[in-house]
Design a protein around this ligand. Sequence first.
Ligand code: ASP
Length: 312
Amino acid sequence: MRHDHLITSKQLSRGDIETVLDRAAEIDEDPSAVADRYADTLLGLLFFEPSTRTKMSFETAMKRLGGDVVDMGSVESSSVKKGETLADTVRVIEGYADALVLRHPKQGAAQMASEFVDVPLLNAGDGAGHHPTQTLLDLYTIRENAGLEDLTIGIMGDLKYGRTVHSLAHALTNFDVHQHFISPESLQLPREVVYDLHQEQDGTQIREHESLEEILPSLDVLYVTRIQRERFPDENEYQKVAGEYQIDTDTLEAASDELTIMHPLPRVDEIAPEIDETDHAAYFDQAHNGVPVRMALLDLLLGGDDGGVRDD
Ligand code: ASP
């Protein structure tokens, strides 16, 4: 990998992605091989927005590599409350840690913060922008369940504000994948994302739909997302689309038996709990895959005992 900072999945080539996924598979197979590799390493966690999976899996990953974390804690209990700028906060915490993980409600915050630090900064979600480490675990899960070649995927829900969707869609253009985007008109992918996707991949591989029905039988993977209530400027607009898409066993009658259903979680009501017990459900494995994938990413960024791949 050629990057110190990981801000968007657009930075990742197919080779970069495969390097991380292959390393994650090795670690998944034998975590003990890397158990003490980073005994003196500290990862700084800066979460300005709620997080369960991303924060805990980064923490687990660093600890399973033998290192530890320093956590800014909640915004309420930090100097941010006293008016400290993000630039100052990251400059202070880089003095305590070997790498930083940042989640922030403002789109572009990770890019801006990365310009103030020398240690690697990983974007763990910037508003409705990007979430590239989620993408890596999504790709790992897709590769395990359906493969990344000759794949047809449906990505459904809040495509406008869903940062996991923006990152995943860009990364998938590195592979031979047909992407179908399913959403109400008001939650379609931002036009600039669609434009970029068309630049990055043959346009025939990108399609937008308002209904799942017409496309469901052809899908290998269905990636469902939560409507991002917290990003709506107007609660009434949220209420108009809330509950618009719900998957239950009746919905899946038209689906292939092999269909893999994914969700970055948390879910609200998009996937009925009855699906959890079916072979379609991959979303809890997907969340668990966050640990080996983030271990692999940290290993590659921090260097490993073979000199690593950090070359700029
Ligand atoms: N956990 C994911 C994120 O932080 C998805 C979500 O919140 O809906 O973007």
